[in-house]
Design a protein around this ligand. Sequence first.
Ligand code: DSN
Length: 478
Amino acid sequence: MSANAESTAYRSALEVIGAVEPRVANAIRAELADQRESLKLIASENYASPATLLAMGNWFSDKYAEGTVGRRFYAGCQNVDTVEALAAEHARELFGAPYAYVQPHSGIDANLVAFWAVLADRIESPALKRAQVRHVNNLTEADWFALRRELGNQRMLGMSLDAGGHLTHGFRPNISGKMFDQRSYGTDPETGLIDYDRVAEAAREFKPLILVGGYSAYPRKVNFRILREIADSVGATFMVDMAHFAGLVAGKVFTGDFDPIPHAHIVTSTTHKSLRGPRGGLVLCGPELAEQVDRGCPMVLGGPLPQVMAAKAVALAEARRPDFVDYAERIVANAQALADGLQRRGAKLVTGGTDNHLALIDVTGYGLTGRQAEQALLDSGIVTNRNAIPQDPNGAWYTSGIRIGTPALTTRGFGTAELDATAELIHTVLSRTSPGTNADGTASKAKYVLDPGVADRVGKQASDLLTGFPLYPAIDLG
Ligand code: DSN
């Protein structure tokens, strides 16, 4: 590849786009500039490689390909078959999974596919069995009524939202919380850690059809062997949503009891977080669920996005290279340096640290809500997101936490020294921010006052830190 191939590719693409709608080309340029200039600590974001990004901008976007490899509802899918089969093969090899389905457009979609597969596999529904084997026109109204009744109201046990679980694990704002009868397991109020005995107790009492493991804001490893034993003890199907930590599984940081693949019946993920691929999802499972998973489109998914499957194939191939192991190890070392740096300076962290890619600051220690802290940090060039903490006194909107993660800055090349410097910047901003007041004099959960000069000074320091680690260094848009 020539030294300036990436620059040439993007310059040409922007020229072509700009000739039609210059404002779109300008927004794309501005997005790169913004990403280059911000200290990105959003735990679920990353920077995909130029090869991954370029694999999405092509004529695969013009192709319908409902169905699966070799069994499509449209003609002319041979090239889509090639990229879908490649992405699935890389996913199987990377994770050591018997079966991979790479069509889901997002993590939520991947979870919906998994829910469908488990329901279809587990529900003793004569009506569903008839619906699977007969043409739908041959079912009676009574069959359909029975099918709806039998599929609905099944039980799911997942991690509670404020302990770090995800909306799709049975919470009300998501369809999973409306179709399933859901209960959650929390964390120990003293340690903030999952208490497996209490999970087992909840499972014994509730007898869920599905036990869900996985999280989007829990800063610790999870023992999937124990969760599988709990699932088995009550006859539940064990599903793991590894969207956040898929990169750590791929990079062999989480092995043995902490690798979900050998323990779960079905595993879902996104591909764009620590895995560093395109925005999308995937499902991994054994042969017993594969047939139902394959029905994902059109059962719950719209037509596949072949251009994204092409990009998944590229990114998964990258993740199979030996240097991805080094990347995954550095993500965790960096998160620990960030967590240690914050705690040394007086910050309070949920669970007192991290052993994955993220940490959760309890900003009540600074007298702030998550919303105030998030905005003050943003004013200072530090991009994070507010997040509930266990038993959050400020609820899910204002919150009391700030979630920070290292996959993106590690991709940029940051090491532990830079993460310690980042901890200093975060602590400076939070300790120099005070809660504001409403017009009527009451305390505001949103308004805040940042000491004069702090945002500019920290913003400059953040920018200096980033200068040593250019983002997409080979891309010069001119
Ligand atoms: N939105 C993702 C996150 O930030 O964790 C999860 O869906």
